[in-house]
Design a binder for this molecule. Structure first.
Ligand SMILES: NC(=O)c1ccc[n+]([C@@H]2O[C@H](COP(=O)([O-])OP(=O)(O)OC[C@H]3O[C@@H](n4cnc5c(N)ncnc54)[C@H](OP(=O)(O)O)[C@@H]3O)[C@@H](O)[C@H]2O)c1
Length: 309
């Protein structure tokens, strides 16, 4: 089968489209014929070697940790899926990924995809959608009527987070550059904030929850935007407990884990027409390097999809 692998860490030149053996499955796995994958910043961060101390891969490895496709084989312990099922998953990041014709995935990391999503849309949802749900629902426990600030609302995590927060009844404030303000409103944001126009504290009245998808200065500027007892949840930089205490707020860092439970919740929102991934770019597997460069630009609106078969 075809797979895009890296044999060493580095730039996009390390992405090699190769012929390798189909994965063999364990008793708890399913084998998925990949229809589509999608790009997340973690893909190129791993390729560059930024995470090598955190996840010690034995190279070569196939990148890509979003997948939709068709089940072609089930392990002996698997009862919830049959050959022919249409599924989607954010598989274990320690195993070979989805830039390939086939991927072996633990059955309890996959879910039947909603028929309201095509394969490309289904592949755009898992990693970014699970991340947004874990932050806003599992950790921050957002409630109807709360004000939630979502940084980078036009990006992969942000545009799904806006929709999830709206579905939970929150008032959503989201940030983007001026070119993307209209898009924020289309995703459902109540207040679309141009982060370059004026300091955030001059534009945003206090919020209950901040979803920090940027870290650094953006995180630092966000502490003062929180109401007392509010919560800062970051996916890029562990927020300082000390600073949280100074502002009388809570802080959390999230590193996404696979979750069929959350995929099921995302499916329900899709079925209720409350959640839809936005896909700005589609690339064939052969052009994966261009897809990585697009993601690395930091300017992606919604998601970048990889059409595999
Ligand atoms: N910890 C975890 O488990 C986890 C999970 C998922 C993602 N992440 C991390 O979270 C980050 C975001 O991921 P993503 O997939 O959403 O990335 P992404 O899709 O590449 O984000 C791109 C977006 O960022 C926006 N942006 C850039 N600078 C901004 C700023 N100063 N303020 C507000 N928006 C800004 C851009 O909008 P404009 O062009 O309008 O500026 C663009 O739409 C990445 O670092 C990723 O690695 C972590």
């Amino acid at each position: 089968m075809r797979a895009v692998q890296i044999h060493q860490y580095g730039g996009t030149e390390t992405l090699k489209l190769e012929q390798i053996d189909k994965p063999t499955i364990n008793d708890d796995d399913i084998l998925i014929q990949v229809k589509a994958a999608s790009i997340n910043p973690v893909d190129w961060k791993i390729r560059e070697g930024y995470l090598k101390d955190f996840i010690p891969y034995a190279l070569p490895i196939t990148l890509g940790w979003d997948v939709s496709g068709i089940v072609t084989q089930v392990g002996s312990n698997v009862s919830q899926f049959s050959v022919g099922d249409e599924v989607f998953s954010r598989p274990d990041i320690a195993r070979d990924g989805s830039y390939a014709d086939y991927i072996a995935v633990k059955a309890d990391e996959a879910v039947l995809k909603s028929t309201k999503l095509d394969f490309v849309q289904a592949a755009a949802l898992p990693l970014a959608g699970i991340t947004a749900w874990q932050c806003l629902v599992d950790i921050a426990n957002i409630q109807t009527g709360q004000r939630v600030l979502i940084h980078a609302g036009a990006g992969g995590v942000g545009h799904l987070a806006i929709q999830i927060a709206k579905a939970k009844g929150a008032t959503v404030v989201a940030t983007a550059s001026s070119a993307n303000l209209e898009l924020l409103t289309q995703f459902g944001a109540d207040e679309a904030i141009d982060y370059a126009k004026a300091p955030l504290n001059k534009q945003i009245s206090p919020v209950d929850v901040v979803l920090d998808t940027m870290g650094g200065e953006v995180q630092q500027l966000s502490w003062s935007l929180l109401k007392p007892n509010g919560m800062m949840v970051s996916v890029v930089e562990p927020p300082s407990e000390e600073t949280a205490k100074e502002h009388n707020v809570q802080a959390a860092f999230v590193f996404i884990q696979p979750s069929a439970r959350i995929l099921t919740e995302l499916n329900k929102l899709v079925e209720a027409d409350q959640l839809r991934p936005f896909i700005e770019h589609r690339f064939p597997l052969e052009n994966i390097a261009d897809a990585h460069l697009q993601s690395q630009s930091g300017r992606t609106r919604g998601k970048i999809a990889i059409e595999v078969s």
